[in-house]
Structure formats: C-alpha cells, structure tokens
Design a protein around this ligand. Structure first.
Ligand code: KG4
Ligand code: ZN
Length: 339
C-alpha cells in the first residue's frame, strides 16, 4: 500500500511517501522544508507565518514527489491533525482536503504525538526494511517543543498518561533560554553545541521533583534568566560563560527527565523505555539515559526522525490504520491545537 504523509503542526513542512507490506516499509521520499530561518528573526515560531510558509511549501514538496510517482497510485493520505499551532494546522488541512478530493482518497487522521512514539520502529534508509517490534510494557517519554509527556504503554493501544508538564515543555525552555543567551532559534541544538565546551556547572532548581510524574519547567526558566541577568550585571557574557550556562541548563532538564523515569521504573515493571520528540535528538540526553539505565532497552528514533517530518506521519498513519483507525473523507477532517 502507498501512503502519503503530511506534517504541518508547527514550523516544519513535511511530505513523505512510503510503501508498506504487512510488517515491512519502504521509504520512497521524505521531503522537508524547515522554516527556522524565517522564525529566527522573531526568536520563536510565529504561527501565522508558519501557516503562510506551509501554504507556499506544500505544493513544492508535492511536486518533488510527483516527479517520479503517479499520485493516483496512493491508497491513503495521512495527515497530522494535532496537537499543534492552529493556523499551521488549518493551512495543512486545506491542502490535504483539496488533494484528497482531487485524488478521491480517504485521509488517516494522525495524532502528532503518536507519530513521535512510532518513529523509533524504523530506520531512515532506502530499500525495504522490517518494522521493529518491541516488548511491552514500556515507558514512553515524549520531549518536544510543545510536550513533555510520560506514559505507561501496555501495548500500542493500551496506554496511560502518567504525567505531563504543568507549564512549559522541555524544548520550549531550551528555546526560550537560548534566546535569552542571544542564540538563534531553535535553541535546543544551539544549547547542545555550546554545552560541549562547558567546564563549570551552575546549580539550577528542579521544580516539583517529588510530585509524582508531573513536570514543571517554568521556575527553572525564570531562575536561569535571573542568573543570566545577575551575571550580565557584573561581567560581559563571554563564550565560556555561555557554554557553562548551556551545559548547566540542559544537564538540569535531563536530570529531571531521568529522575521521573527512574521513579516510574521503580513503580512499574517495564521492559524498555521509548524517548522521542525533538529534544530526543540531543546526544547528551541519549548518553545520560543510557548511562543511567545500563541494563534497560532504550528506544530512540534516529536523530533525523526525532524532529517533525512527513515520514513519521505516513508511518504512524499506516500503523494506526492497521490497528483499526477509520480513515475519513476529506470533509470530515478536523484539526485540534491541544491534546
Ligand atoms: O518534535 P519537534 O520537532 O516539534 C514539536 O513537536 O514541538 O521538537 C522541536 C523541539 C524544539 O524545542 C527544539 O529546540 C528541540 O526540539 N530540539 C532539541 C534538539 N533538536 C531539536 N533540543 C535539544 N537538543 C537537540 N539536539
Ligand atoms: Zn513534534
């Protein structure tokens, strides 16, 4: 079966084409248009600009796919209906509805978070590949610009949300603190780069560490910005201080994530941990988690699949369909900004 996946929840426009056969998948195209250069001058994503860019980029990406493929062969369209930025989602929705009408196809509504957790099952390579199978139960941690959610999965369908952030998401804090440091958007990868040269670590707070599986990062963000303001009062912000602050910030965030995972590991008998979403691209996080849980099966997506893309949507669409999700006619498709 051929599935065309479309991603427009935030600032990445993604269109991908996959072919599937029972437990196998072949990636035919994974087209991505990143908008970070446009949002950079504003220090973060501007929803209305994201919508405008999706509208502009979607036909261009689709044209690249059409070059070597007759779109009429597609069986389904898969579209990420949320959670995400409303104007961005609406822009994608209009495009996918028109395309589905033109091709006379149904649309698989894909939850963006599910695309993140399923992404650990595939490799970003050419040719046919077997879809990885995992043993349940597992803990699933989604860490992105919009979410910090921890779940217990008994199977792909049977899951329980253990906790989520009460305020900012982990990626959002990295982005906002990077901005305060004068680093460009998106901040996560910039903080990761600077942190490589960190020598001294500042002590930063870990709010509500003992309160179950909920997260809270807003207090940490404020403490970081206060610390930065204090430093700037007395010194020029030099490269080493930026490195030290970056290292301290990501280490503190990652220690919080690991602490909650450790608590959940103590309370539930699980056979592995899935960590996905944009922040999971971070190599230090990957190292810290592996070091902390040496005997545990840890599933990360390939770095390129950690952040948003159309392939994750097409693939999640396939698995959801296999699991019984009903594809919808274009006029029945609705988007939701929040989970
Ligand atoms: O999953 P994603 O692409 O979009 C959302 O669903 O939000 O995640 C984007 C987030 C941004 O906050 C970005 O700064 C962060 O992921 N991110 C990283 C890295 N790459 C992206 N954070 C830390 N280290 C990275 N290497
Ligand atoms: Zn995402």
């Amino acid at each position: 079966m051929f599935i065309l996946g479309i991603e427009t929840t935030c600032d990445e426009t993604g269109v991908a084409l996959i072919q599937t056969q029972e437990k196998k998948i072949r990636i035919l195209k994974n087209e991505l248009a990143s908008q970070y250069k446009i949002h950079r001058s504003y220090g973060g994503v501007v929803p209305i600009l994201a919508a405008r860019e999706h509208k502009k980029n979607l036909p261009i990406l689709l044209k690249n796919i059409k070059k070597n493929f007759d779109l009429r062969k597609i069986d389904y369209l898969a579209f990420s209906v949320g959670p995400g930025l409303l104007p961005a989602l609406v822009s994608g929705k209009e495009f996918v509805q028109n395309l589905a009408k033109k091709l006379n196809k149904l649309i698989i509504p894909v939850d963006h978070l599910s695309a993140h957790w399923y992404s650990v099952l595939i490799k970003n390579k050419e040719g046919w590949q077997k879809i990885k199978e995992i043993e349940f139960p597992v803990l699933v941690l989604i860490v992105s610009g919009g979410h910090t959610n921890l779940y217990l999965f008994k199977s792909w369908k049977e899951r329980r949300k253990l906790g989520e952030t009460l305020d900012d998401a982990a990626g959002e804090v990295l982005d906002k603190c990077a901005r305060a440091l004068g680093l460009p958007y998106p901040g996560g990868p910039e903080i990761e780069k600077k942190a490589k040269r960190a020598k001294n670590f500042f002590s930063l707070p870990k709010p509500i560490l003992e309160r179950g599986y909920q997260f809270s990062f807003a207090g940490l963000k404020t403490a970081f910005i206060d610390l930065l303001t204090e430093i700037k009062k007395y010194n020029k912000l030099d490269e080493q201080t930026i490195a030290d602050l970056s290292g301290s910030l990501q280490k503190t965030i990652f220690e919080i994530l690991i602490y909650k995972l450790k608590k959940a590991k103590e309370n539930f008998k699980t056979k592995g941990i899935i960590i996905s979403g944009g922040v999971s691209a971070n190599k230090t996080l990957r190292k810290m988690v592996k070091k902390y849980f040496p005997k545990e099966k840890i599933y990360f997506p390939e770095v390129k699949l950690s952040t948003d893309n159309g392939l994750n949507i097409a693939f999640a669409g396939y698995l959801l369909l296999k699991d019984g999700l009903k594809p919808l006619p274009p006029e029945k498709i609705d988007v939701y900004p929040r989970s």
